[in-house]
Design a binder for this molecule. Sequence first.
Ligand code: THU
Length: 125
Amino acid sequence: MTDIQLIETAKKAMSNAYSPYSKVTVGAALEGESGKVYVGCNVENSSYGATICAERTAVTKAVSEGEKKFKRIAVVGNLGVQMFPCGICLQVLSEFAPDIDVILEQDGKLFKYTLKQLIPKAFSM
Ligand code: THU
């Protein structure tokens, strides 16, 4: 799958976002080392802190299905800017895939980052 295809997959997942409170819709497509792609969207809650981000939805789905190593993640949102993962999602990604590539999009242009660029000093034990 190409980077653009992974972005398109994330966009499809974004259409399932449940975000009646913020109205921000986010989609993620996470590629496992097996080649399987796990999608996620943000799922909000009236108790705001119970909200789960799109990226963590995808990671949780993958790990619960037995896949723990990842190559790339594409993330898209409806804000018209590159949808940088939040700090919690960066930390969660670093747990399983410190060397993952993060693919974002703005105005039809793709941008690629290493996770280490986005969270250079992730906590680990
Ligand atoms: N959100 C994500 O899904 N991923 C991020 O990395 C940042 C924020 C969601 C959570 C919430 O539903 C909405 O965006 C606004 O914060």
